[in-house]
Design a protein around this ligand. Structure first.
Ligand code: ATP
Length: 268
């Protein structure tokens, strides 16, 4: 590989440093005649937990897929780890892919593989490691996400919803990424399971210096784990800032979201 991403350089554990790990600039995405994103700008800082919110159908998943290179864009620039992703050769792109982990909505584990094998999928794809070492590494990830060791041998349909999310997170962490993308990670979990998952995300970010980009509808997550929140609306990021910024923001959608009945119950 000609160029690699020095992940340790980005695992800062301190959002104060404000280094931009992901930058989306002037992004436009269209499907046929429908423009979903139009001149969208967003910076994500190394070490922060960013909550990404917006009305249903506003384009949160489209932006995530665009950042991951799974969606075509009609305009704009995406930079990851300081590199414009369109200017990378194959090896450089691979190095960037290896420095990112993704947890898609619903976990998306392979049903025919047990948890250990699911976690090893990225290792098999990108690394050439002896089986014993891969097993040891996967067991470490299982421990890291708070699953019991015996979960390693279970298949996805033998797991609870919360365990599926943790197993999927372990797989996202398989290659020790510097940034993870979580698409609605607590959807479908009961409030206690969701709070436990939030705590885990916060812990991982604090201890590993992991940057977390989290698409969420979960107000508890926004209040408890996110350093910053970005709000998508009218095809752009309308506002981005801390939860305190959101609470005093005059944007009507942000106001109703953060000062609605449910939010008031959480803030109490
Ligand atoms: N591959 C595609 N082809 C055509 N239209 C698409 C495609 N992907 C997304 N869209 C459209 O883009 C818009 C935004 O969708 P997206 O899934 O990003 O919304 P979202 O903000 O993630 O919504 P939710 O919160 O409900 O998950 C929708 O109108 C959707 O129909």
């Amino acid at each position: 590989m000609t160029e690699t991403v020095d992940k340790t350089e980005w695992q800062v554990g301190d959002a104060e440093e404000r280094r931009v790990i992901l930058s989306a600039e002037d992004i436009t995405v269209r499907f046929g005649t429908q423009t979903v994103l139009d001149g969208l700008d967003l910076d994500v800082y190394a070490g922060e937990v960013l909550g990404f919110i917006g009305p249903s159908g506003s384009g949160k998943s489209v932006l995530l897929r665009t950042v991951l290179g799974l969606n075509r864009k009609q305009g704009g620039t995406i930079s990851l780890f300081g590199q414009n992703i369109e200017e990378l050769d194959e090896d450089e792109r691979t190095a960037i892919d290896m420095a990112m982990g993704v947890l898609f909505q619903h976990g998306a584990l392979f049903s025919s593989l047990n948890v250990l094998e699911n976690i090893q999928v990225p290792m098999r794809e990108y690394l050439d490691l002896p089986k014993k070492l891969m097993n040891e590494l996967a067991m470490l990830k299982i421990e890291m996400v708070g699953l019991p060791p015996e979960a390693a041998w279970k298949f996805p349909d033998e797991l609870s919803g919360g365990m599926v999310k943790r197993a999927a997170l372990a797989r996202a962490l398989s290659l020790d990424p510097a940034i993870v993308f979580l698409d609605e990670p607590t959807s479908g979990l009961d409030p206690i399971g969701a709070a436990d998952f939030d705590e885990l995300v916060r812990q991982l970010s604090d201890t590993l210096g992991l940057t977390v980009y989290m698409v969420t509808h979960d107000l508890d997550s926004l209040f408890s784990v996110c350093d910053r929140i970005a709000v998508l609306g009218d095809k752009k990021v309308r506002v981005a800032g801390t939860i305190e910024d959101m609470l005093v923001c005059e944007d009507p959608w942000v106001q109703s979201y953060f000062n609605g009945k449910r939010a008031r119950q959480i803030k109490r």
